[in-house]
Design a protein around this ligand. Sequence first.
Ligand SMILES: O=C(O)CCC(=O)C(=O)O
Length: 192
Amino acid sequence: MHRAVADLEPFVYRAHYLTSAQADQLFTRLRTEVTWRQQSLRLFGRRVKQPRLTAWFSDPGITYQYSGLRLAANAWHAALKPLRRRLEADLGVAFNSVLLNAYRDGADAMGWHADDEPELGPHPVIASISLGATRRMLIRPAAGGRSQRMQLAHGSLLLMQGTSQAQWRHCVPRTRQQVGPRINLTFRHIRA
Ligand SMILES: O=C(O)CCC(=O)C(=O)O
């Protein structure tokens, strides 16, 4: 591993990346204009519905496979294009795709995992934007150890980089608290 990768802070949180007006507008547009799907996964030989809704946008020819799903290229929603360009300029990274997850309430969740598919490369930079209800993300070292929590608020950016996927796992657990809907966007660079 390059020393530079090891030296990068794996998870960098910025609370007010979007203004609340920008975040409100994007949240409303994505909720109402995106075609959301509840995908099924094959888990231990059974088909299980994901406990959340998803959508995917990418440049032509860019597909993504994870958890047995194959997401075909799908032209970018207009509301996402300025955010993509801003993230690329701020972070110096070219993103060619974005995965959207919608959590309808506290029963929707994302299990422990790493975004470590080969097409993301060994040390991907993933820009994660949160909109809507604040939800807790847990991170823990892949080798075992205590988990740490982060609250991902409306309009925030969580940058995952360096060893964040190779040496860490993350999840968004269910909560019994009354929480409203949330949308998360993870901008990614998929190797064609
Ligand atoms: O909803 C979130 O903040 C987490 C999303 C995530 O873990 C992923 O897309 O891989």
